[in-house]
Design a protein around this ligand. Structure first.
Ligand SMILES: [Zn+2]
Length: 371
């Protein structure tokens, strides 16, 4: 796909051409669909997706998000070693790096009270204060496309807070449009427990519960990459630890209703949460990894009923629960239960396809009665 790059407002079909490129790139970078929609709603309002658009009326804005002054974009490109700045491909990389403040010298993400409160008359709300760029791109807040559009507007775009020119409702409308355009879907809370710890990616069972000969106490689940991990329960974090010979970075969450405990092992880095923090179903808690005793990126998911005791490490199978009975395991479209014990860093089987449009079908068709 090639960008349409004229210094003019683009038509709807031209916008779609450019939006397709952006959607593919940001999905590949792991951005959550509603976060992408929030960005697209703003790009639509700022530039109609035209990367070479120079601001109408001479305000000095330029490009997809109308960098003002234009030198902000040019300087960021030189910091990042990207060129030319007129390229849409370059600009969407710059946007992501500016959101994440990576490196800090090009940070454009500001969510202190002073910045956010500027937009209280234009859709912003106090819960946007302190939201980080990382939280924004993973939408760990679980916000709607409309709210993500305002978050991006207030945290990144920072347009003049003027009712005549800010077009905040239009940004929201366009975010909703692009969310539907990309067939973005949100898992209703009822289903989250059944697909978590991964949401909207295909995953593979790479080692079964109590698999021999090692009495494997958990279920190994892999997307093949470093995908986001989500809580399977409404509860609290009861342990956060490091185990260099075993679980690597790991954490345990306890469901406050059922008492069921969920151990997530081999996480890429320590969870940002702390012991005692509350978690809700579907909340982002960390990243799939391969720390500790592990041969490739996967989640070791282990479960114990903690309603009568704290977590214990034990050889006795009766202490543990089989996670497969608490989740729906996709078993079609090439997804199968296969042992993952080799030296390859990738699990066997077909490469997982991220953001499959089929994810909801298999969740709905394989719902279990309990949990
Ligand atoms: Zn394991």
């Amino acid at each position: 796909m090639a960008w349409i790059t004229d210094n003019r407002y683009l038509s709807q079909s031209e916008k779609e051409n450019n939006a397709n490129i952006i959607i593919a790139y940001y999905r590949a970078q792991g951005l959550e669909d509603r976060a992408i929609a929030g960005i697209l709603g703003n790009i639509d309002a700022e530039s109609t997706f035209s990367p070479t658009l120079t601001e109408d009326g001479g305000g000095g804005g330029y490009g997809l998000v109308q960098w003002t002054p234009k030198s902000d974009l040019i300087n960021a490109c030189s910091t990042l070693g990207l060129s030319p700045y007129t390229s849409g491909d370059v600009q969407i990389q710059v946007i992501l790096r500016e959101i994440l403040g990576n490196p800090a010298s090009i940070n454009q993400w500001y969510t202190t009270s002073a910045f956010i409160s500027n937009y209280y008359n234009f859709g912003a709300s106090s819960d946007m204060i302190g939201v980080t760029g990382q939280q924004f791109i993973s939408n760990s807040m679980n916000w709607s496309p409309e709210k993500m559009a305002i978050m991006f507007m207030a945290g990144y775009e920072r347009p003049l807070a003027n009712q005549q020119t800010i077009h905040w409702e239009y940004r929201q409308q366009r975010a909703r449009f692009w969310f539907e355009y990309m067939e973005g879907q949100v898992i209703e809370a009822d289903y989250i427990a059944r697909i978590a710890p991964f949401i909207r990616v295909k995953f593979y069972i790479t080692s079964e519960w109590w698999e021999q000969p090692r009495n494997h106490r958990g279920l190994d689940i892999s997307t093949g990459g470093n995908d986001n991990l989500y809580s399977m329960c409404d509860g609290t974090v009861v342990l956060k630890a490091w185990d260099g010979d075993g679980y690597g970075n790991y954490m345990i969450m306890k469901d406050s209703t059922t008492g069921m405990g969920f151990l997530y092992g081999h996480m890429k880095e320590p969870t940002q949460l702390n012991v005692g923090d509350t978690v809700s179903k579907g909340q982002f808690v960390g990243i799939e990894g391969t720390t500790g005793h592990s041969t490739g990126n996967h989640l070791h998911l282990e479960m114990q009923d903690l309603s009568n005791h704290d977590w214990i490490f034990h050889a006795d199978k009766s202490v543990y629960s089989n996670p497969a009975e608490f989740m729906d395991i996709p078993n079609q479209e090439g997804i199968s239960a296969v042992y993952y014990g080799g030296i390859s860093p990738d699990p066997p089987g077909p490469t997982p396809t991220k953001k499959s449009n089929h994810w909801k079908d298999f969740i709905l068709s394989k719902r279990k009665k309990y949990y």
